[in-house]
Design a protein around this ligand. Sequence first.
Ligand code: FES
Length: 263
Amino acid sequence: MTASTRDLQERGLGATLRRDAWWVAPALTALVLGGFGVYATWAAWQGAHYEWGPYLSPFYSPLLRPSWWLLSPAFLILVFPLGFRLTCYYYRKAYYRAFFLDPAGCSVGEARHDYKGETRFPFILQNVHRFFMYAAVVFIFILGYDVFLALRWPVNGVLPDGAMAPGPTELGIGVGTLVMALNVVLLAGYTFGCHSLRHLVGGGVDCFSCARGGRTRYRLWRGVSALNGNHMAWAWCSLFSVALTDVYIRLCAMGVITDLRIL
Ligand code: FES
């Protein structure tokens, strides 16, 4: 008697008729997301080496250092970018497969068969994604302002401890400026292609030409939709760029590498 795909799914975790290497994608996702989680936690705990000259790590921006806060300043702001990624529609699919194996892949058996969607605690909290999206949009402008500041170099140079020398500033570009700018571009591509943002600008409208501000909304919806089509690619590229930007600034601050001044 032959087994149907449904039979195999109900037989248990990993049962499948698929002959391709379906497990590679969830395994890679677990490796990369897990590695990012470990690195980001470590970098946030450090509370040091997050700025050098006019550069500031994205893990610490905006930089808030109130006297009553005794932990790393990263913990004051990381809930926003972290919450945005954790509740992202794409990442949900990715980490449900990678970490919960629920399901591990299309047409692959699961360990449990009582899926209730995201209608119960704790997964119902995923519905706050829209609110994290509002914060993420604000963060794009904050990180953009950091790039602007990374164009302003002290005339008297950067001190040996990485601080800006007192005195006037001038226009300048270092490799770190470009790294930070690329990071903002990739984060903007990810943020402005968000499914929630797409719904916000174009959802609930049957007829753009009949709706108030319809022409503008249509243009915004087209733009968000164009980015949304490659949301997965933006998600991964921006994840790497955030980590690499922090690594670059951290290595400059620790004196392991020397930033190259281009202009
Ligand atoms: Fe991915 Fe909103 S759905 S960022």
